[in-house]
Ligand binder design. Sequence first.
Ligand code: HEC
Ligand code: HEC
Length: 330
Amino acid sequence: MELLIKILKWVGGGLLVLIIVFVTFVNLSSPKYFDAPYPNITASQDSALIARGKYLAFGPAHCATCHMPMDKMEAVENGLNLPLSGGWTLKIPPGTFTAPNLTPDPETGIGNYSDGELARAIRHMVKRDGTVLPPFMAFQELSDEDLTAVISFLRSQPPVKNSVPPTKHSFVGKAVVALGLLKPKGPKDTPPHRVPMDSSIAYGKYIARSVANCHGCHTLQDMVTGAFIGGDFGGGNHMESDPHIPGLSFYTPNLTPHKTDGHIVNWDEDTFIKRLKAGRVHKGSPMPWGANSKMNEIELKAIYRYLQTIEPVAGKVEKIVRYPGESHSG
Ligand code: HEC
Ligand code: HEC
């Protein structure tokens, strides 16, 4: 008996020491700073380029669905193009993340950021201060031209003074970075210089994977590290309702052409385009329906065509909406 207590004390003591070592390690390595190259991108005043940037920001790339005050979301979704003054907040286990003010205000916005700093954040996930960005912005493969267009548009906005609270990382968030589970991810290959907009499969692939993040939400992801753990576009991510209606949540559907499990396998091109153009059905769904509905038909056609060519993934997502009180098991 006495021996047992002794052993338990050793084990318990050992565990306590391990925990202290781990907590100290995480705290000592936070914040962690990263290096990444500054892309050679220069903002332009070309009006066609600025117009493309604005289209991307309010449409497919949906910067405006996050870099906006929470109380303006609905108006923006319904078509009001307000300056990107920041404010959207997401509270998840790794921390409380707030999307910053992206208008040219020098104090509270990006007035003092260089083009390179903005481009590095978007392409390499390294913030101006050198810390890693969470995997919310899957724009690493954005073409040089579109990256230039977006930054040119940001610079063209009227400056808005709006100070948003800084992002706060929880212990979990710090640990994920300290352990190397979340680190900046740059482009896999040299990003394309330009991807011309047309209804081709190649353009559809570009929009679905590198601009509109259909891929990120509709592919099963580890919600803490952002790593993909399911087949491409197989769906299944569980997401809480955005303006938190207690208990309401969503599962992303399987968008692959799997004969029995694909959610859109019986939709023709016209049905798909009409559905995306129609916008939101479920209040609170995190899918940026407003932004997606602003995509033009050429783009939507291209996405549809691309989705027909991807590998079918088995696994039906039975219900994409769970109402409060419904079980999450089926
Ligand atoms: C899903 C929400 C979301 C979308 C969409 C989004 N952002 Fe962000 N963005 C954030 C959040 C949240 C942060 C702050 C994260 C942090 O502080 O760790 C951020 C940070 C940034 C930063 C870093 C600023 C710095 O201090 O270095 C830039 C630049 C930026 N976003 C630009 C954009 C652009 C341009 C787009 C569209 C092409 C975009 N974002 C789309 C949520 C989003
Ligand atoms: C931020 C996450 C997110 C992004 C980005 C996203 N989706 Fe979704 N999508 C969802 C969720 C959640 C649902 C289920 C709830 C709903 O229908 O609103 C959904 C539902 C759908 C549906 C089924 C709608 C229905 O009425 O049956 C289609 C089709 C779809 N998404 C296509 C796309 C395409 C195409 C893109 C890219 C242009 C995209 N999604 C981007 C999260 C996302």
